[in-house]
Write a protein that binds this ligand. Structure first.
Ligand code: FAD
Length: 441
């Protein structure tokens, strides 16, 4: 089917041939194809001339209740896994800020969650996967079998082949609730101290206001959490510890006109968000849904940015340069008046993968409405990120230059040499891979 496709940020938009893939062989004559899950990457990672959508390849194949090992087809969504397994007392080992992604997308982007500092990426919990290579061959790979291909597949943005099935380990829980603690930090210094003080918490992140200057530069709301045990629930929650429900979702019905979002409205939103709770510290026990997926309750929140779309800019800086780098980059954003709604700050632990995004340090994700001058401004930020030894997340990217990729992903040549072996005729290609010259043209 010829159709127009875009991912979460509505930029870029592509005319492509879209086929729903249900596990059959992919014709080896297919050229320029890429796998696509639920399209929650922000840019062009799952766009190409031919797109194979996995959303109908969505069966759970096996589950071992004694160990929590699950094997499923790559188009199963995290939402579906949560619906099935939370009532049985199991949770995802790693989850991003939305549950509307597929397992294939989770492995291909090697996603991270609020627990990266203690649990690593999604790929760290995958024991094996099956893959359809460019020549049509099916290959089973794992950290020990065809490990070179496995290492290039986790975080490889779909360029090693079509992920067919994935086997990974779920995490045991006693309840569907999270014991959370929120602390207001008056500035960047304070929030970084909080991350350090509370690094034994399994989950942590902060909403940070990148527009405020002066003594409140980098004011934040730090959120931490642990899965609540049965004893920690109140009597109401204890009645249905694993099946408690959350409220209904609301919908953003239309694309908002571009003028609604400007530096003033963003500042006002950030002010309201920061002051919505009067107390400095809040402790309560909440359902996992609002804790992990606060934005999922506003379906289609991406429409807030209008038809023109937006760009998410997520970078990570090495731990030793993080504080200095965050100050530099946030100051540049403030001075140039590029408003971003409350941005997300997280701490990463060590990560030694071939091509995955995380490294030990702080990562900041910012949303910018797509306006004239934005790309030139982001090129300036890229230079700062590179100078500081950091890098930009491929799954969020829509505009980075090839040299920035090459200079910031230290194993890009090794990744390329693996791709050359298994995808020599460049049959598997995405617009992201072309833009970043990941594969030679
Ligand atoms: C609101 C929101 C919050 C987010 N929060 C986070 C976060 O906290 N942490 C984080 O790491 N990410 C986060 N993301 C990004 C998201 O988790 C990733 O982009 C994820 O890969 C999207 O999965 P998908 O199924 O939608 O795949 P798509 O977006 O369709 O594709 C993403 C990549 O995976 C590849 N792919 C998909 N399926 C397959 C398959 N079967 N075989 C081979 N390759 C495949 C595609 O080719 C593409 O390169 C967030 C996104 C949104 C919209």
């Amino acid at each position: 089917m010829k159709t127009t496709v875009s991912n979460w940020s509505n930029y870029p938009v592509k005319d492509a041939m879209l086929t729903y893939w249900r596990g059959e062989n992919i014709p080896t004559a297919s050229k320029n194809w890429i796998a696509r899950g639920l399209g929650r990457c922000y840019g062009d990672a799952s766009l190409s001339d031919q797109i194979f959508s996995t959303v109908k390849h969505n069966h759970i194949l096996a589950f071992a209740p004694e160990s929590g090992m699950v094997c499923c087809q790559s188009g199963v969504s995290l939402h579906d896994l949560l619906e099935v397994f939370v009532p049985k007392g199991w949770f995802l080992p790693v989850t991003p800020g939305t549950k509307f992604i597929t397992v294939g997308g989770a492995l291909a982007s090697d996603i991270h969650g609020k627990n990266h500092h203690v649990a690593g990426c999604f790929g760290d919990h995958v024991t094996s996967c099956t893959l359809i290579l460019a020549n049509g061959e099916r290959m089973s790979c794992s950290p020990t079998e065809n490990s070179e291909v496995f290492n290039a597949t986790r975080g490889g943005m779909g360029l090693t082949g079509m992920i067919d099935t994935v086997t990974f380990k779920l995490k045991k829980i006693e309840s569907c609730y999270i014991k959370q603690r929120q602390i207001k930090a008056k500035n960047l210094d304070e929030v970084l101290t909080l991350f350090d003080t509370y690094k034994s918490y399994t989950y942590s992140m902060a909403w940070i206001d990148c527009l405020k200057g002066g003594k409140n530069f980098g004011r934040s709301i730090m959120m931490m959490g642990e899965h609540a045990t049965l004893e920690e629930l109140n009597s109401n929650q204890r009645k249905k510890p694993l099946t408690g429900k959350v409220g209904r979702d609301i919908n953003m019905p239309i694309n908002l006109p571009g003028f609604v979002l400007n530096a003033l409205s963003v500042k006002a939103f950030n002010w309201l968000y920061f002051h919505k709770n009067v107390k400095k510290v809040i402790e309560n026990t909440v359902h996992y849904d609002p804790f992990f997926y606060p934005l999922d309750s506003i379906l289609h929140w991406n429409r807030m940015y209008g038809k023109g779309g937006f760009v998410q800019y997520q970078f990570v800086l090495p731990i030793n340069n993080s504080e200095e780098g965050l100050v530099k980059i946030m100051n540049r954003i403030r001075q140039k008046g590029w408003g971003s709604f409350l941005s997300v700050l997280k701490l990463f632990g060590k990560q030694e993968s071939l091509i995955s995004f995380p490294m030990e340090g702080y990562t900041l994700a910012l949303d910018f409405p797509l306006k004239k001058g934005l790309f030139a401004f982001l090129d300036e930020l890229d230079e700062l990120v590179l100078e500081l030894g950091g890098r930009i997340y491929l799954t969020k990217d829509a505009r980075m230059k090839a040299a920035t990729f090459e200079n910031s992903y230290p194993h890009s040549q090794e990744f390329l040499s693996i791709l050359k072996k298994i995808n020599p005729d460049l049959i598997i290609q995405s617009d992201l891979a072309k833009r970043l010259s990941i594969l030679p043209s």
